[in-house]
Design a protein around this ligand. Structure first.
Ligand SMILES: *[C@@H]1O[C@H](CO)[C@@H](O)[C@H](O)[C@H]1NC(C)=O
Ligand SMILES: *[C@@H]1O[C@H](CO)[C@@H](O)[C@H](O)[C@H]1NC(C)=O
Length: 303
């Protein structure tokens, strides 16, 4: 700036306007993933930088542990390894140079890594009693929020008079009111969250009453031989089988062997004698039904 004095005298003022910008740049927000390595870079423009400092919510960060800080060629760097959820906050880079101090901040949010849904306990295939409440239950796991839906024969169910869909903590259940044969079928529990879904399946059947499919045949045996009576039975477990002789329940032991193998009820009379000639009754039962049949054993000859 020239200021005229007298004649051709001038006073010259020279203002030294050093190019002394001291700006740093950071985006305003960012998201880090839990477990990853995160890096923040603050670009410093201006006269040579002297020093840079990083802060998280106003407490200083320095190299050590999971943190590393650096300053090189106008770039201040903060590196954080193995990012934790608690690393969320307001990060500030403060740069000091001849001109003074400048800072910039960034808001960091650490996002947890979501776990896909899974079943801690799968649905079990079960048999239900007609007229009762049938309950299907499973235990689910995974990152919240978890969405649970139920399907029967691939068709989605909703809560109504027939179905109650219940979720309590990690337990998910479906209650079917007054079970009937139309309620038999394949049921699915589908659990989903933002990263995936999982399905557990079960088959729901109606408890079948105990029944005799094939009666024991009446037989003749020679004294001293063994006599075997066999009937084929069916029905949902548990099946109870009882044999009677002359109206009295028989007890397995030395003389009589009583067994149920696969679906066959067996009574074996060892070393039959005259006294074993009789009518025999077999009774099979379970929770939902009962059936019975009779046959005879004739022991012949050589007494
Ligand atoms: C920093 O402050 C934010 C906002 O107040 C808070 O959510 C976060 O937990 C703080 N982080 C640390 C490490 O103190
Ligand atoms: C972050 O911290 C800086 C320095 O303390 C402050 O100026 C800024 O407002 C803070 N930002 C947020 C989002 O809290």
């Amino acid at each position: 700036v020239f200021i005229p004095l007298r004649g051709d005298e001038w006073r010259v003022f020279v203002f030294v306007l050093a190019f002394c910008l001291c700006n740093c740049f950071l985006p305003s927000t960012t998201i880090w993933k839990q477990g990853s390595t995160a890096r923040l870079q603050c670009t410093v423009k201006g006269s040579p930088e002297l020093h840079s400092t990083w802060f998280l919510n106003n407490s200083e960060l320095s190299t050590g542990g999971r943190h590393a800080v650096g300053l090189k060629d106008g770039v201040a760097t903060l590196e954080i390894h193995d990012v934790l959820l608690t690393d969320s906050g307001n990060y500030t880079c403060e740069v000091l140079n001849e001109c003074g101090c400048e800072s910039c901040s960034i808001k960091v949010t650490v996002k947890g890594v979501s776990k896909p849904p899974s079943f801690r306990k799968e649905l079990l295939s079960t048999e239900a009693v007609r007229g009762s409440v049938a309950v299907l239950e499973c235990e689910i796991a995974g990152s919240a929020p978890l969405e649970v839906s139920w399907k029967k024969n691939k068709k989605r169910l909703s809560s109504d008079k027939k179905y109650s869909i219940v979720s309590q903590g990690s337990l998910a259940s479906l209650e079917i009111q007054s079970f009937e044969s139309a309620d038999t079928g394949e049921y699915e529990c589908v659990v989903s969250n933002e990263v995936g879904s999982a399905t557990s399946k079960s088959v729901l059947k109606q408890k079948e009453p105990a029944r005799i499919l094939e009666k024991a045949a009446s037989i003749s045996v020679t004294a001293g031989d063994s006599a075997t009576l066999e009937c084929t039975v069916s029905g949902s477990p548990e099946l109870k089988v009882k044999w009677f002789k002359d109206g009295k329940e028989m007890i397995g032991g030395r003389k009589y062997k009583i067994a149920v193998k696969e679906n066959t009820a067996i009574l074996k009379i060892l070393a039959a004698d005259k006294g074993d000639t009789s009518e025999y009754k077999m009774e099979v039962s379970n929770k939902v039904g009962k059936d019975e049949c009779t046959c005879s054993v004739t022991v012949i000859g050589r007494f």
